[in-house]
Write a protein that binds this ligand. Structure first.
Ligand code: UDP
Length: 191
Protein backbone atom coordinates (compact mmCIF):
# COMPACT_ATOMS: atom_id res chain seq x y z
CA UNK A 1 0.00 0.00 0.00
CA UNK A 2 1.19 3.52 -0.78
CA UNK A 3 0.38 6.45 1.43
CA UNK A 4 0.17 9.94 0.00
CA UNK A 5 2.45 12.54 1.56
CA UNK A 6 2.13 15.91 -0.17
CA UNK A 7 1.57 14.25 -3.54
CA UNK A 8 4.28 11.60 -3.15
CA UNK A 9 3.26 7.97 -2.79
CA UNK A 10 5.36 6.31 -0.08
CA UNK A 11 5.27 2.53 0.38
CA UNK A 12 4.03 1.51 3.83
CA UNK A 13 6.64 -1.20 4.23
CA UNK A 14 9.10 -2.05 6.99
CA UNK A 15 12.83 -2.06 6.46
CA UNK A 16 12.83 -5.88 6.19
CA UNK A 17 9.96 -5.81 3.68
CA UNK A 18 11.75 -3.23 1.50
CA UNK A 19 14.97 -5.26 1.55
CA UNK A 20 13.01 -8.41 0.68
CA UNK A 21 11.30 -6.63 -2.23
CA UNK A 22 14.67 -5.51 -3.60
CA UNK A 23 16.32 -8.90 -3.12
CA UNK A 24 13.35 -10.60 -4.75
CA UNK A 25 13.61 -8.31 -7.77
CA UNK A 26 17.34 -9.00 -8.17
CA UNK A 27 16.86 -12.75 -7.89
CA UNK A 28 13.92 -12.73 -10.33
CA UNK A 29 15.76 -10.40 -12.78
CA UNK A 30 12.75 -8.14 -12.52
CA UNK A 31 13.49 -4.46 -13.07
CA UNK A 32 12.93 -2.21 -10.08
CA UNK A 33 13.81 1.44 -9.44
CA UNK A 34 13.96 2.51 -5.80
CA UNK A 35 13.69 6.03 -4.35
CA UNK A 36 14.38 6.69 -0.69
CA UNK A 37 12.17 9.74 -0.23
CA UNK A 38 13.44 12.12 2.44
CA UNK A 39 11.58 15.26 3.58
CA UNK A 40 13.75 17.58 1.43
CA UNK A 41 12.97 15.54 -1.67
CA UNK A 42 9.24 15.42 -0.92
CA UNK A 43 9.18 19.20 -0.42
CA UNK A 44 11.16 19.79 -3.62
CA UNK A 45 8.78 17.50 -5.51
CA UNK A 46 5.89 19.69 -4.38
CA UNK A 47 7.29 22.47 -6.57
CA UNK A 48 8.66 20.28 -9.35
CA UNK A 49 6.18 18.13 -11.31
CA UNK A 50 9.04 16.36 -13.15
CA UNK A 51 10.58 15.25 -9.86
CA UNK A 52 7.14 14.21 -8.60
CA UNK A 53 6.66 12.06 -11.69
CA UNK A 54 10.10 10.48 -11.36
CA UNK A 55 9.50 9.57 -7.70
CA UNK A 56 5.92 8.37 -8.13
CA UNK A 57 6.88 6.19 -11.11
CA UNK A 58 9.50 4.32 -9.06
CA UNK A 59 8.62 0.74 -8.16
CA UNK A 60 9.51 1.26 -4.51
CA UNK A 61 9.47 4.53 -2.56
CA UNK A 62 10.70 4.30 1.02
CA UNK A 63 10.10 6.65 3.95
CA UNK A 64 13.61 8.04 4.35
CA UNK A 65 13.53 9.94 7.61
CA UNK A 66 11.64 10.32 10.85
CA UNK A 67 9.96 13.41 9.37
CA UNK A 68 8.32 11.28 6.71
CA UNK A 69 7.23 8.65 9.26
CA UNK A 70 5.85 11.44 11.44
CA UNK A 71 3.99 13.10 8.55
CA UNK A 72 2.43 9.78 7.52
CA UNK A 73 1.20 9.18 11.07
CA UNK A 74 -0.19 12.73 11.31
CA UNK A 75 -2.10 12.21 8.07
CA UNK A 76 -3.69 9.08 9.55
CA UNK A 77 -1.89 6.74 7.13
CA UNK A 78 1.08 5.46 9.12
CA UNK A 79 4.12 3.74 7.68
CA UNK A 80 5.93 1.14 9.82
CA UNK A 81 9.34 2.80 10.16
CA UNK A 82 12.08 4.88 8.59
CA UNK A 83 13.89 3.13 5.71
CA UNK A 84 17.09 4.91 4.69
CA UNK A 85 19.39 4.06 1.80
CA UNK A 86 22.33 3.14 4.01
CA UNK A 87 20.16 0.86 6.19
CA UNK A 88 18.87 -0.86 3.06
CA UNK A 89 22.41 -1.39 1.81
CA UNK A 90 23.54 -2.83 5.12
CA UNK A 91 20.64 -5.28 4.98
CA UNK A 92 21.34 -6.21 1.35
CA UNK A 93 25.13 -6.65 1.34
CA UNK A 94 25.20 -9.96 3.29
CA UNK A 95 22.70 -11.44 0.87
CA UNK A 96 24.55 -9.97 -2.12
CA UNK A 97 27.68 -11.63 -0.75
CA UNK A 98 26.07 -15.07 -0.58
CA UNK A 99 24.45 -14.69 -4.01
CA UNK A 100 27.47 -13.08 -5.74
CA UNK A 101 25.55 -10.07 -6.98
CA UNK A 102 27.20 -7.68 -9.40
CA UNK A 103 27.03 -4.20 -7.87
CA UNK A 104 27.98 -0.95 -9.62
CA UNK A 105 28.63 2.09 -7.44
CA UNK A 106 28.20 5.37 -9.28
CA UNK A 107 28.96 8.59 -7.46
CA UNK A 108 30.97 10.48 -4.87
CA UNK A 109 34.46 11.97 -5.30
CA UNK A 110 37.09 9.97 -7.21
CA UNK A 111 38.26 6.96 -5.20
CA UNK A 112 35.46 7.03 -2.64
CA UNK A 113 33.11 4.49 -4.28
CA UNK A 114 36.01 2.08 -4.90
CA UNK A 115 37.07 2.44 -1.26
CA UNK A 116 33.48 1.81 -0.14
CA UNK A 117 33.44 -1.39 -2.23
CA UNK A 118 36.78 -2.47 -0.74
CA UNK A 119 35.59 -1.89 2.82
CA UNK A 120 32.26 -3.66 2.36
CA UNK A 121 34.07 -6.48 0.57
CA UNK A 122 36.20 -7.12 3.68
CA UNK A 123 33.16 -8.45 5.53
CA UNK A 124 31.01 -9.38 2.52
CA UNK A 125 33.19 -11.28 0.08
CA UNK A 126 31.71 -12.70 -3.09
CA UNK A 127 30.19 -9.47 -4.38
CA UNK A 128 31.45 -8.48 -7.84
CA UNK A 129 32.09 -4.73 -7.78
CA UNK A 130 32.63 -1.93 -10.25
CA UNK A 131 32.77 1.74 -9.37
CA UNK A 132 32.85 5.16 -10.99
CA UNK A 133 33.04 8.60 -9.41
CA UNK A 134 30.17 11.04 -9.80
CA UNK A 135 31.98 14.09 -11.16
CA UNK A 136 32.02 13.16 -14.84
CA UNK A 137 31.65 15.87 -17.50
CA UNK A 138 28.67 15.72 -19.87
CA UNK A 139 31.09 14.55 -22.59
CA UNK A 140 32.17 11.61 -20.41
CA UNK A 141 28.65 10.44 -19.65
CA UNK A 142 28.44 8.11 -22.65
CA UNK A 143 31.52 6.25 -21.38
CA UNK A 144 30.02 5.95 -17.90
CA UNK A 145 26.79 4.58 -19.34
CA UNK A 146 28.71 2.10 -21.49
CA UNK A 147 30.77 0.89 -18.52
CA UNK A 148 27.61 0.27 -16.50
CA UNK A 149 25.87 -1.40 -19.45
CA UNK A 150 28.86 -3.67 -20.15
CA UNK A 151 29.10 -4.62 -16.46
CA UNK A 152 25.41 -5.67 -16.41
CA UNK A 153 24.81 -4.90 -12.73
CA UNK A 154 22.25 -6.71 -10.62
CA UNK A 155 22.27 -3.59 -8.51
CA UNK A 156 23.17 -0.05 -9.57
CA UNK A 157 23.66 2.33 -6.65
CA UNK A 158 23.74 6.00 -7.61
CA UNK A 159 25.20 8.40 -5.07
CA UNK A 160 25.08 11.59 -7.11
CA UNK A 161 23.00 13.58 -4.63
CA UNK A 162 19.26 14.13 -4.75
CA UNK A 163 17.43 14.83 -6.96
CA UNK A 164 20.05 14.39 -9.69
CA UNK A 165 20.45 10.67 -8.96
CA UNK A 166 16.67 10.16 -9.15
CA UNK A 167 16.46 11.83 -12.58
CA UNK A 168 19.56 9.98 -13.78
CA UNK A 169 18.28 6.55 -12.75
CA UNK A 170 14.86 7.17 -14.27
CA UNK A 171 16.46 8.23 -17.53
CA UNK A 172 18.76 5.18 -17.64
CA UNK A 173 16.38 2.59 -16.31
CA UNK A 174 17.54 -0.23 -18.58
CA UNK A 175 21.12 -0.31 -17.24
CA UNK A 176 20.59 -2.55 -14.21
CA UNK A 177 18.06 -4.97 -12.75
CA UNK A 178 17.59 -2.89 -9.61
CA UNK A 179 18.67 0.71 -9.13
CA UNK A 180 18.66 2.77 -5.94
CA UNK A 181 19.53 6.43 -5.32
CA UNK A 182 21.68 6.37 -2.19
CA UNK A 183 22.86 9.99 -1.69
CA UNK A 184 26.01 10.26 0.38
CA UNK A 185 26.13 6.57 1.35
CA UNK A 186 29.48 5.86 -0.35
CA UNK A 187 31.15 8.53 1.79
CA UNK A 188 29.72 6.81 4.88
CA UNK A 189 30.73 3.32 3.73
CA UNK A 190 34.24 4.47 2.78
CA UNK A 191 34.60 5.81 6.36
N1 UDP B 1 28.07 13.96 -5.81
C1 UDP B 1 28.50 13.43 -7.01
N2 UDP B 1 28.51 14.24 -8.11
C2 UDP B 1 28.13 15.53 -8.08
C3 UDP B 1 27.66 16.06 -6.84
C4 UDP B 1 27.64 15.23 -5.72
O1 UDP B 1 28.86 12.26 -7.08
O2 UDP B 1 28.15 16.19 -9.11
C5 UDP B 1 28.08 13.08 -4.62
C6 UDP B 1 28.80 13.65 -3.41
O3 UDP B 1 30.19 13.46 -3.53
C7 UDP B 1 28.17 12.84 -2.30
C8 UDP B 1 26.75 12.60 -2.80
O4 UDP B 1 26.77 12.89 -4.19
O5 UDP B 1 28.83 11.59 -2.16
C9 UDP B 1 25.70 13.51 -2.20
O6 UDP B 1 25.75 13.40 -0.88
P1 UDP B 1 24.84 14.33 0.07
O7 UDP B 1 24.91 13.72 1.40
O8 UDP B 1 25.23 15.77 -0.11
O9 UDP B 1 23.44 14.20 -0.61
P2 UDP B 1 22.11 13.59 -0.13
O10 UDP B 1 22.43 12.34 0.65
O11 UDP B 1 21.51 14.68 0.68
O12 UDP B 1 21.41 13.34 -1.42
Amino acid sequence: MRVDILGIGVDALSMAECAARIAGAVEAHSRLRVVTANPEMICAAGKDPDLRRVINSAGLVTADGVGVVWAAARLGTPVPERVTGIDLLEALFPLASRRHWRIFLLGARPGVAAEAARRVGESCSGIVWEASHGYFEPAEETDVIKRIGDFKPDLLLAGLGAPRQEFWLAEHEGLATVSIGVGGSFDTLAG
